[in-house]
Design a protein around this ligand. Structure first.
Ligand code: XMP
Length: 520
């Protein structure tokens, strides 16, 4: 197996900061492979990982509290460079003989550091003005440095904003170079991984594709692979990668459940089957889904029915295909990290999300997950390099249950048809005005209530459509998008003029929390 592009690798030990994943992403953006692991990773595993450098992340604890997490001592004994960020810096200082105390002034947000010494980490940051904008998020601070360390920058309230012991290749920063609010944060990360750890620039889309294709060929050999294609970013990139690796040994199943957006099924077929020559079986399952959903009004019941039907339809198609050994899935790295974290957790189920899973026992597939170690932005770059169109790669997320959770209460074909038209008008106008790319997710919702309107001299008693558009980065919290009034005016006028069954359009002004993004 080709491992060369990941042989220059950085290990990130996670102390629980909300920014830990960002560190891993930034390292990879610098062209270096990185993995994130829990802070208490076993010594043997750390050695076996064979890192060129180690980054200790931030975290919510206080070093001086009893039982607070510590970096495994081996981190400082391996002889590879170590960078501690925020809590990572504090624990490094405390473990090596320095001290940490609660700050009198807590620093959250923007601050300016004065660069005192241009060490290898801060190399090139200082231009005419030695002050550099950084992002701080800490209550505690390093009070005294371990022997051998020198101060490299400070702020008025934080004497040791960064410090280093270059003879031992140990570096610490109190600020967060991984967040975009830190000007030149990427330079700090690049200085560490390239200048200090000596890693090359190997981790880039072209090399990743080459490596992945070689790995897929080796794993799959002459066997056949089945992929559930949804038209979303992840499964589309998996399809393109597998096609590159194994050509016509790949068969995709695309389930048209009648809850897709306008023209979506045709677009997927055109893209993959017509343009790329991938074998795609399109299963027209609209009536089956609608029948199974008849009478179901509870959101969780609807989600479960849609999930169950999907697996049944998919399994039936899989049984028809003889000699398929592998099932491909679009699992990505954050899914892997999150599922490891929540394995023992008891998270409250707000909505049961479903993806392909829980296939029946008589289908014995081995899994192929070529995106398992990639972040979403890396998947997108791969997709672009593989030649998938920009609109497909950068489109808003569309949930597994589709329009099923955007038609409130019972689902009927008539409602789905109206919603498809309204949603399409909304999308057209968002794209035309440039707002599609400024919002993270936008869609129309069908409200099964009737309201009175007037068209010409006639009374219209018809349905209500709500428009939903949100701005968010992580989809855990979201703010309703502040679309211009002229734009919502145009959209609402078009929807009511062009769809006779709609008498009223409203705009959803709820943020998450307390609302969720989807209505059901
Ligand atoms: P909520 O509505 O929980 O949605 O704020 C957060 C994000 O998740 C998407 N979503 C789903 N995605 N299967 C999916 O693959 C699902 O069942 C599902 N439900 C919600 C939602 O569109 C938003 O992007």
């Amino acid at each position: 197996m080709t491992q060369s592009i990941t042989s220059d690798r950085i290990l990130i030990l996670d102390f629980g900061s909300q920014y830990s994943q960002l560190i891993a992403r930034r390292v990879r953006e610098s062209g270096v492979y990185s993995e994130m692991h829990p802070f208490d990773m076993k010594d043997g595993d750390i050695k076996a990982f064979n890192p060129k450098g180690i980054i200790l992340s931030g975290g919510p604890n206080s070093v001086y509290e009893e039982g607070s997490p510590r970096a495994p001592q081996i981190v400082f004994e391996l002889g590879v460079p170590v960078l501690g960020i925020c809590y990572g810096f504090q624990t490094m200082a405390a473990q090596l003989g320095g001290s940490v105390m609660a700050g009198t002034v807590k620093e959250f947000g923007h601050a300016q550091i004065d660069v005192i010494v241009d060490d290898k980490l801060l190399n090139g940051l200082k231009d005419n003005n030695a002050k550099i904008q950084v992002w701080m998020s800490h209550g505690d601070k390093v009070a005294s440095l371990p022997d051998g360390f020198i101060t490299t920058s400070s702020t008025p309230s934080c004497a040791f904003a960064s410090a280093s012991d270059e003879s031992r290749q140990l570096y610490g920063v109190q600020f967060h170079p991984e967040v975009t609010h830190t000007a030149k944060g990427m330079e700090v990360i690049a200085n560490f991984v390239h200048g200090i750890c000596g890693c090359g620039n190997l981790w880039n889309p072209k090399n990743i594709i080459e490596m992945r294709v070689a790995q897929l060929k080796e794993q799959i050999g002459d066997e056949r692979v089945l992929l559930g294609l949804s038209g979303g970013v992840d499964s589309s990139v998996v399809a393109a990668l597998l096609h590159e690796a194994i050509g016509d040994k790949l068969t995709c199943v695309f389930v048209d459940n009648g809850l897709l957006r306008l023209g979506e099924g045709d677009q997927v077929m055109k893209m993959f089957a017509d343009n790329m020559g991938i074998r795609v079986i399109r299963v027209d399952a609209e009536s089956r889904f609608l029948k199974a959903l008849t009478g179901a009004t509870d959101p969780e019941d609807k989600r479960k029915i849609i999930g169950r039907e999907f697996i049944e339809v998919f399994s039936e198609e899989a049984r028809k295909l003889d000699g398929v050994k592998f099932l491909a899935q679009g699992t990505i790295y954050p899914d892997v990290i999150e599922s490891a974290k929540t394995k023992n957790g008891k998270a409250h189920v707000i909505k049961s999300h479903h993806n392909v899973g829980g296939l029946p026992d008589d289908l014995h597939f081995e899994l192929v997950e070529p995106l398992r170690d990639l972040f979403k932005d890396e998947v997108r770059k791969l997709g672009t390099t593989l030649g998938l169109p920009h609109e497909m790669i950068y489109r808003h997320p569309f949930p597994g249950p589709g329009l099923g959770v955007r038609i409130l209460g019972e689902i009927k074909k008539e409602y789905a048809d109206i919603l498809r038209m309204a949603d399409d008008i909304f999308m057209q106008e968002l794209r035309a005005s440039g707002w599609y790319d400024k919002t993270a997710q936008a869609f129309a919702v069908f409200c099964p209530i009737k309201s009175v309107g007037v068209v010409g001299d006639a009374r219209r008693y018809a349905w209500v459509i709500s428009l939903r558009a949100v701005e968010t980065v992580d989809f855990m919290t979201a703010r309703f998008a502040h679309l211009p009034y002229e734009l919502v005016d145009k959209i609402s006028t078009r929807i009511m003029n062009e769809i006779a069954d709609v008498s009223r359009v409203v705009y959803d002004i709820s943020s998450k929390p307390p609302a969720t993004i989807e209505w059901e």
